[in-house]
Design a protein around this ligand. Structure first.
Ligand code: HSE
Length: 427
């Protein structure tokens, strides 16, 4: 029996998925016994050239047609964005049609509502491609590790920013040029500011934290800093000190609750995430009994993302044909989301200072008064504008911020040029 597939959106990922469903149909059938037939595809423009060809009548510019088509058994959503994607996904679920989506923004912002709708309808809602592109990470978290007490998840989950940081660190490529390349290669979001300001990674941090800890963390509760303010000089100083700079999504289980954040971080070069280059994504999981796990692979781009979605389509089609009741896959309990100010961090602070007696002691006092202990100090240059780099021991973020505020008030400090966090050692 054939399973009818309806697809909402045929951009980079959607177009690739439809092409693969058509061109590799016989291979999929040979391996799985399933016949997957693309029956409707909703596109914005009917006249645009596509990487696939379908019989007349398959393409429509009315997404509602895909949902209501009685020959469509399963809906794939690849439009992106919150609306109309949210309304369409809910309509598909209400019609009893399983949904496969790559929409991290939608899952992160409305996850509990969507999972409840899927549970009511008794059909799967699958989103393997929403985090880490082609890396299988959602299914391991939801199924394989469902019995594991996860302590922390560190992720490089945005390919665009990792590509930019790699090009800047390895070749001294200017930021704007590296971003243009990432767009050219099809990694960036439609609005690339969502990549560079950390919004895309924050959606993924919300999903990772929620699945890892079973407490729903809304993207609004994810502390977020992007890479736009990052100075190339700090990539060089960090490398000298033995660190790579990465945009990290961090989800932690803490004594009073859970926390999720996204910011650039200095990682010791020997950390498994430090060597992750280009658009590659990687997720590092610290479990209480399993120890450390690393998942890595292509995090963006049409082919890898479509590959993850194809796996979901096959999975959902199998469940549909089996006709059995779908057990709810996720349950979220109550839990506190801890404010970032209470989370323990280590700071890397770069200051431009005057080079004269007493400067260091006044700077050290600012840290001491905020109860932040200094781990290392390094001076570059001398004279009117010496550069001082200070790395602290772990302390609650709010205390570190208090120290930085005091530094800004000091007349001997000409500029607080950078405040970054050190992750992966001694926190
Ligand atoms: N813009 C995203 C990235 C695509 O660069 O990782 C994958 O979600």
């Amino acid at each position: 029996v054939a399973v009818g597939i309806g697809v909402l959106g045929a951009g980079t990922v959607g177009g690739t998925l439809v092409r693969r469903l058509i061109e590799q149909g016989s291979v999929i059938t040979a391996r799985t016994g399933l016949e997957l037939e693309v029956r409707r595809v909703a596109v914005r423009s009917l006249s645009k050239a596509r990487p696939f060809s379908v019989p007349a009548g398959v393409l429509t510019d009315r997404p509602e047609d895909v949902i209501s088509d009685p020959t469509v058994d399963l809906v794939v959503e690849v439009m992106g964005g919150r609306e109309p994607a949210g309304t369409l996904v809910l309509a598909a679920l209400a019609a009893g049609k399983p949904v496969v989506t790559a929409n991290k923004e939608l899952i992160a912002s409305r996850g509990p509502e969507l999972f409840a709708a899927a549970e009511r309808a008794g059909v799967p809602l699958l989103f393997e491609a929403a985090v880490g592109g082609g890396i299988p990470i959602i299914r391991p978290l939801m199924e394989t590790l469902a019995g594991e007490q996860i302590a922390r998840v560190l992720g490089i989950v945005n390919g665009t920013t990792n590509y930019i940081l790699t090009r800047m660190a390895e070749e001294g490529c200017p930021y704007g040029e590296a971003l243009a390349e990432a767009q050219e290669l099809g990694y960036a979001e439609a609005d690339p500011s969502d990549d560079v300001n950390g919004t895309d990674a924050a959606s993924k941090a919300s999903i990772l934290a929620s699945l890892a800890f079973g407490t729903w963390v809304d993207p609004m509760q994810v502390y977020r800093e992007g890479i736009e303010e990052l100075q190339p000089a700090d990539l060089v100083f960090a490398a000298d000190l033995g660190y790579a700079v990465k945009l990290l999504a961090i989800a932690e289980r803490l004594p009073g609750g859970v926390s999720a954040r996204v910011h650039p971080a200095l990682l010791p070069v020997e950390h498994p995430l430090a060597g992750v280059r280009g658009a590659t994504n990687a997720v590092f999981i610290e479990g209480s009994s399993i120890g450390e796990l690393v998942f890595s692979g292509p995090g963006a781009g049409g082919e890898p993302t479509a590959a993850a979605m194809l796996g979901d389509v096959i999975d959902a089609a199998r469940e549909l044909l089996a006709g059995s009741e779908v057990a709810p896959s996720v349950r979220f309990g109550p839990g506190e989301v801890i404010d970032f100010g209470e989370v323990v961090t280590r700071l890397y602070v770069r200051l431009e200072v005057e080079d004269r007696p007493g400067v260091l002691s006044r700077i050290a006092s600012a840290f001491a008064e905020a109860s932040v202990s200094i781990c290392a100090v390094r001076q570059e240059g001398r004279g009117d504008r010496a550069m001082l780099i200070i790395v602290t021991h772990a302390a609650p973020e709010a205390q570190g911020r208090r120290a930085v505020e005091s530094l800004r008030q000091l007349d001997v400090v000409q500029d607080v040029a950078a405040v970054l966090r050190v992750v992966g050692e001694g926190e």
